[in-house]
Design a protein around this ligand. Structure first.
Ligand SMILES: [Cu+2]
Length: 188
């Protein structure tokens, strides 16, 4: 499979070549422990997992602005010859998690909607991003901070299931519009 190209590690490790290569594969700016049992395909400091023909990468949760509501972003690649779909989600962060999509209305506003499934085409990648598909975590009982890790389990139409360790990280870029999330529970 083709791996996404990542920017080179800006911190050239002063280590023997083999270790340097291992670090380069991990490609993280603060992987101080080369022996860390990260999968080679792991994204920079982000969560990844593989389940049968499904690869999950780049999983992270921006530190929630509203401590009770979080979102998880990731990318799912389906290497199978048949289409699949994410059909369920649960997480250690809260008993209440949903698959969700942000749809843009005619007026240009983002509207959140809980969805039953998120398609992952055969040989394709579906990316969960701000303004698109995401995992919505509601009613978080214990506030999460940068450095915390939560487990997110995705279930698929094919019957596959994948556990991903998802780091809570500082928000990068513009903050997602969480204004619609308060209405989220109304849809339940
Ligand atoms: Cu949402």
């Amino acid at each position: 499979m083709t791996m996404r190209t990542r920017t080179a590690n800006p911190f050239a490790p002063r280590l023997p070549l083999a270790a340097a290569l291992a670090l380069a594969l991990l490609a993280t700016s603060c992987a101080s422990e080369p022996e860390a049992p990260e999968p080679v395909a792991a994204a920079v400091e982000r969560g990844s997992a593989q389940s049968e023909e499904l690869l999950i990468e780049d999983a992270w949760m921006p530190e929630p602005a509203n401590p009770e509501v979080g979102v998880v972003y990731l990318a799912v690649t389906n290497t199978a010859a048949t289409a699949d779909a994410v059909t369920g989600v649960r997480t250690s962060a809260s008993p209440d998690a949903d698959l969700c999509n942000t749809e843009t209305t005619d007026s240009g506003a983002g509207m959140m909607r809980v969805v039953d499934e998120i398609p992952v085409p055969a040989g394709g990648t579906t990316t969960f991003v701000d303004g698109g598909y995401h995992v919505m975590v509601n009613d978080i009982p214990e506030p999460l901070e940068v450095g915390d890790t939560v487990t997110v389990t995705l279930t698929f139409a094919s019957g596959s299931e994948a556990d991903v360790e998802v780091p809570v990280q500082e928000m990068t870029g513009p903050a997602p519009d969480h204004s619609g999330h308060d209405d989220h529970d109304a849809h339940h």
